[in-house]
Design a protein around this ligand. Structure first.
Ligand code: PMP
Length: 391
């Protein structure tokens, strides 16, 4: 079914400023993090980066460093950020920057596969998995690696790469590796391991950890991601991949990211005070409200269900909280194509099959602007069981 996205309330193009009407299509397919705009608007000029005509001209940022295109200011700020939040170990790690963590994921696949191997290495992730892993792994039909799907179903001997996404996209679950064999190499995608989404229970301490500016602060358009890598050879190979694919990463973006993350860190000092400007506290509040509203609608429906999240102690906020993921992983009790059902109500989502599971699941972004979210809830509450469930 073709849809005219010109008239959609896009999570992907908020600047279009489409006036919402009852007939608008709401696009909650991508996880475009525009929900966080209101916080950065409050910061006014504090985050403005001025770049003159002579700035950022050289290819090089730090010629003596393994990752020679990483701005030292960004590297320092990333380490300070992890120390402040307590979500990852940075000691004795190489910090690498990428054009989004998307590029770093591909760099990691390259670095972990062996060019001399006579068989391509299998890449697995427990289902439901982030749909882009499959797409990115298969896209170039590389001879180095191949997508092997759900890690739970993986039973091939030999080396493999397992991607562990925690908290998971699409369902928000806290995860560990599932294959656990000696020849396995792990990539930990920690894009959502930030206090607005989940409790920070300990500093993550894995061989390859991926983070992104997109989901930490909401600045997806800057295309900045970073990796913390333990092994020097792997770090070197990942750097080489980025060198060959884009000769580094935009310096303007890196400097802007460093500036914004610097302001975020500074504002973390005021956690829990009446005049707190703490980004994580503020955005946790936004997501908590959305989850409460969504759970109310789901509770009153006879046909939908959501995952439940346990309460966990968060070392950053000093409180017990349950996760508030950036996506709702909604299940329909009826045996139907849920994505198509929602599309007929002018709500665009991503169906379960893209994540390696059934059509009765959809992933819905909760990171859109307020107006789109409210209209989504209105439409969801209007969908009744009659005619969908045959009893
Ligand atoms: N990993 C996960 C789990 C994600 O959800 C996303 C963004 N949707 C990415 C990686 C890619 O992030 P980036 O914008 O940094 O490329």
């Amino acid at each position: 079914q073709a849809y005219d996205t010109k008239n959609s309330v896009s999570a992907t193009n908020p600047t279009e400023n489409v006036v919402l009407s009852q007939g608008s299509i709401i696009n909650l397919d991508q996880g475009d993090p525009t929900i966080f705009e209101s916080y950065w608007r409050k910061m006014g000029d504090k985050c403005t980066t001025e770049i003159s005509g002579t700035d950022c001209m050289s290819y090089f940022s730090d010629a003596g460093n393994l990752c020679w295109f990483l701005e030292p200011q960004l590297s320092d700020t990333i380490k300070r950020l992890h120390r402040t939040v307590g979500n990852a170990v940075t000691e004795d790690r190489y910090v690498l920057v990428g054009t989004g963590s998307t590029q770093l994921f591909q760099a990691a696949l390259y670095a972990l596969s062996s060019p001399s191997g006579n068989e391509s290495i299998s890449v697995v992730c427990a289902a439901p998995y982030y749909s882009s892993y499959k797409e990115e792994t298969e896209f170039l039909q590389s001879g180095l690696y191949k997508w092997a799907g759900d890690a739970y179903a993986f039973d091939k001997d030999g080396p493999y790469i397992e991607v562990v996404t925690s908290p998971n996209n699409p369902d928000g679950a806290i995860r560990e590796a599932v294959v656990n064999r000696e020849e396995g190499k792990l990539i930990h995608d920690l894009a959502y391991y930030w206090p607005q989404y989940t409790s920070i229970t300990r500093p993550a301490d894995y061989d390859i950890m991926l983070f992104t500016f997109s989901k930490s602060t909401g600045h997806a358009g800057s295309r900045i991601g970073w990796a913390l890598v333990k092994d020097k050879v792997v770090a070197r190979k990942m750097t080489k991949f980025i060198e060959v694919s884009s000769i580094g990463v935009s310096k303007e973006s890196q400097l802007r990211a460093a500036k914004i993350l610097g302001v975020l860190i500074e504002n973390c000092q005021h956690l829990g005070t009446a005049d707190s400007d703490n980004f994580f506290e503020y955005s946790q509040g936004l997501l908590t409200k959305r989850w409460e509203k969504l759970r109310d609608v789901v509770k009153n429906s006879q046909i939908f269900s959501l995952p439940k999240y346990p309460q966990k102690w968060c070392s950053f906020t000093g409180k017990y909280t349950e996760s508030r993921p950036g996506f709702a992983w909604l299940k329909c009790k009826a045996d139907i194509d849920f994505e198509i059902l929602l599309r007929s109500h002018k709500i665009l989502t991503r169906g379960g099959e893209r994540f390696g599971v059934g059509r009765q699941y959809v992933r819905i972004s909760l990171l859109s602007q307020e107006e789109a979210f409210n209209l989504f809830l209105e439409r969801l509450s209007a969908i009744k069981g009659q005619g969908i469930i045959s009893e």
